[in-house]
Design a protein around this ligand. Structure first.
Ligand SMILES: Cc1cc2nc3c(=O)[nH]c(=O)nc-3n(C[C@H](O)[C@H](O)[C@H](O)COP(=O)(O)O)c2cc1C
Length: 305
């Protein structure tokens, strides 16, 4: 079973991905957070994010978000220009800023718009496409009229996160709906959602033996060793894990110290990682990290872990 690293805007950017592969590994391919058009232009930040000189992981799949064939054309063109052979289309993002423009999961209630995007794919035989999607935006059966369109499209895989957009990341994943999708999906299918432990991954693998793989998001941010542990059938001791997490953290911090300006920027980049990282660590220390207002206080707390 393949293990994919999910895209998480603000977290799994190039520095994290590069260091994650170096320090932990176990991932078959990393997906980038979505690249989008803004007022008809690419954002410099997005272009830097996917530039080959900034990426060292062995397999990287850039993701685009688009609602029209014209946007898809520009973004696919960018990926080809940057040398990519694979690309992912985001049909899952739940944020109203995107969904309001029929992007991300906001496109799912509109089969004609999904079809128009999918029809565009034949123009890029040099790119192997995947779609990362939810069950729907408002209802958990919006995928039903879409699946024949997806099945007919030249896709390498579908990654399904079995929630609806309106749920954001809350509530339960809908395994019954995932099962129905799994039964009818003609493409290799990847499960994504709430996999936090090796046992969680095993259960999904057992329940859905035809899966091509699983995609790990917040579970991998919390325990960066998760994929490696599953792939190798062995689990790190809490002490070993802490040491490796500290090594990853130190190198990420070193990178951002060199690339961001000032304490405030550095703290606002680093602190959010602790929303996820090491959920079982001492609560007082985690609280001190999240409340730190200076780098001194932040590092004192991190060093207590
Ligand atoms: C902060 C945050 C940012 C995200 N950014 C993206 C993104 O850019 N593209 C995407 O397809 N999914 C994005 N996601 C969704 C994740 O890739 C994943 O589908 C979701 O977190 C469910 O998987 P998990 O339970 O393993 O985390 C994001 C999720 C979060 C919490």
């Amino acid at each position: 079973m393949k293990l994919y690293a999910a895209p998480l805007q603000g977290f799994t950017e190039a520095p994290w991905r590069n260091l994650h592969q170096e320090v932990f590994g176990g991932i078959d391919a990393y997906y980038t957070p979505f690249v989008r058009m803004e007022k008809g232009e690419f954002r410099n930040k997005d272009v830097r994010e996917i530039a080959s000189e900034n990426n060292t992981v062995s397999r990287l799949i850039p993701q685009l978000i688009a609602s029209t064939p014209a946007e898809l054309e520009r973004l696919a063109g960018l990926f080809i220009e940057k040398g990519y052979k694979e690309a992912d289309i985001n049909m899952g993002c739940p944020f109203p800023l995107m969904t309001g423009k029929h992007k991300g999961s906001g496109i799912l209630p509109y089969p004609a718009e999904v079809e128009a995007l999918l029809k565009e794919l034949v123009h890029y035989p040099e790119l192997g496409f995947s779609v990362k999607m939810r069950l729907g935006w408002e209802c958990a059966d919006e995928w039903r009229p879409l699946l024949p369109l997806l099945n007919a499209a030249p896709l390498r895989r579908i990654v399904l996160h079995p929630r609806i957009g309106k749920q954001q990341y809350k509530g339960e994943v809908d395994l019954a709906a995932f099962t129905a999708f799994y039964e009818e999906c003609a493409h290799p299918l990847v499960y994504n959602g709430d996999l936090l432990t090796v046992e969680d991954i095993r259960k999904v693998d057992e329940e859905f033996p035809r899966l091509e793989g699983v995609m790990l998001g917040r579970g991998l941010l919390a325990n960066p060793a998760l994929a490696w542990e599953y792939a190798n059938g062995t689990v790190f001791s809490p002490d070993e894990l802490h040491e490796k997490v500290k090594a990853l953290h130190a190198r990420l911090l070193q990178y951002y110290e060199a690339h961001l300006q000032g304490e405030a920027q550095l703290l606002s980049k680093m602190k959010p990682y602790w929303e996820y990282l090491l959920p079982d660590a001492d609560r007082k220390i985690k609280k001190a990290i999240k409340k730190a207002t200076t780098m001194d206080k932040y590092l004192t707390a991190v060093n207590q872990l």
